[in-house]
Design a protein around this ligand. Sequence first.
Ligand code: SF4
Length: 214
Amino acid sequence: MINTINNTIHKVFTELEKYNKPTMLEQLHEYTHYQLLIATMLSARTKDTTTIPIVKKLFKDHVTPQDFINMKIEDLEKALYGIGFYKTKARNIQKSSQILIDKFHNVVPDTIEELTSLPGVGRKTANCMLSYAFNKPAIAVDVHVHRISNRLGWIHTTTPEESENALMKLIPKKSWGLVNNLFVDHGQRVCFPINPNCNGCSIVEFCDFGKRKK
Ligand code: SF4
């Protein structure tokens, strides 16, 4: 049974990897861990195509936590305009930056507990940082990962937190880093929240939901 599911997971990931493209954090690889954290916080509920140009412009003159704290909140909000919930995120960035200075000596921590202790950093953001910035095994579960894993029939969960735990038990650790990238892309391209394109889906043969629709 374990071999069968591992085989299926391998086949699904191999198929989806054909469409793989760099993640937002891979596209921003030249920046510091602190800047990647800011970019990840800002990317929640915002398209990468919106987030990337805004952070690139901002990061030209703002590199350290102190640089962001020194900004007037109105100026930071203005710089973030276009990002979802930009006013809340501006405040969280300044609060988190102060904590990084006071508690973490200006170094972004690399544990889930420490990362999620920062205002505005939830498990998804923290797991993205662990996986993409620190190269540690982690599964960042967003709406796409949660929806597609359930549609495939790999898990049967109702919340992203449950999905994270269930997927960590199911998927071999060496593949955890693939899940977010591949499923977010598949969710944006094919497996839409409403009316997924099952007829045009390259992994339909492995999907409980897709097979039921046939
Ligand atoms: S078959 Fe349909 S529901 Fe299943 S992964 Fe593909 S698009 Fe999504």
